[in-house]
Design a protein around this ligand. Structure first.
Ligand SMILES: C[S@@+](CC[C@H](N)C(=O)[O-])C[C@H]1O[C@@H](n2cnc3c(N)ncnc32)[C@H](O)[C@@H]1O
Length: 255
């Protein structure tokens, strides 16, 4: 998934990290994909385990799983996000975690340097991940599915993955990319879930933080925004239908 350069840096400058504070209630009829992701990552942790996380943003999610590993490196393209990550790291006291500006497609780490590479709604570069993993190492990836916020994007007539609800599912496409690079995908699960934003202001803050519409503007998008709020308002709040997926892939000796 590509982002305009600087999109996340602007978000970090505006919100001080990767959280807008938008109030919402979430319902997970098929389970919480982030909890599932964390569980898979913890399962692969060991006291000497070496973890690389790419697209770490403000690092808060990574810091919650970092205690399961002996050494943790984290990369992001946005220096502003990393400043926030370093702040959270210092607060956590986790000295074995290092944040650095870096491109996940060319990390600069030596071959076989890691036991696990994670990307939580971040970039997926299977060839580079294979290079930096030891044989037997794994990738755990949390991705955005093609049905994510579909009706919102339809109300706006644009957005990330717009129109992708037909055609090859994103999870299958990413699975094939991992397999083509020599990985064996041994876990794959899709999650549809529901978010209910408490007020239009909460949805507006959320849309300023995520790259669903990288050019989102509260003023010029007012008409489409109001149209969506009109059609999606329920007793529980303004509904947003989410669709994420989790993949785990292993680098086997034969792979
Ligand atoms: C949706 S955010 C990820 C959020 C974060 N993983 C979390 O758990 O909160 C995507 C992040 O990936 C970063 N990113 C995008 N392309 C990248 C690349 N090629 N290398 C490193 N980071 C990248 C962006 O700067 C952004 O901070």
């Amino acid at each position: 998934m590509t982002q305009q350069p600087g999109f996340y840096s602007k978000v970090a400058e505006k919100f001080g990290g990767y959280s807008s504070g938008a109030q919402r209630t979430t319902s997970y009829p098929q389970g919480d994909p982030e909890e599932e992701f964390d569980a898979l990552v913890h399962e692969l942790g060991t006291p000497t385990g070496r973890l690389l996380d790419v697209g770490c943003a403000d690092g808060r999610n990574l810091l919650s799983v970092a205690p399961s590993f002996g050494r943790v490196e984290a990369l992001d393209l946005s220096p502003e996000m990393l400043a926030s990550a370093e702040h959270h790291r210092a607060e956590s006291g986790l000295d074995h975690v290092r944040f650095a500006v870096g491109d996940a497609s060319a990390t600069g780490f030596p071959d076989g340097a890691f036991d696990l590479v994670t990307s939580r709604r971040g970039p997926l570069f299977p060839d580079e991940f294979r290079r930096v993993l030891r044989t037997g190492g794994s990738v755990v990836y949390l991705g955005i599915g093609e049905r994510d916020v579909r009706t919102l994007k339809e109300a706006f007539g644009r957005g990330q993955l717009y129109g992708r609800w037909t055609g090859t599912p994103v999870a299958l496409e990413e699975r094939r990319r991992l397999e083509d690079a020599g990985f064996t995908v041994d876990y794959e699960r899709e999650f549809s879930y529901d978010e209910f934003f408490h007020t239009p202001g909460d949805l507006d803050r959320f849309l300023q933080m995520v790259p669903i519409f990288e050019d989102y503007d509260s003023e010029s998008d007012r008409e489409a925004f109001d149209r969506y709020v009109g059609q999606a308002t329920t007793q529980e709040g303004i509904h947003l239908a989410r669709h994420w997926f989790v993949l785990r892939a292993r680098l086997t000796a034969e792979g």
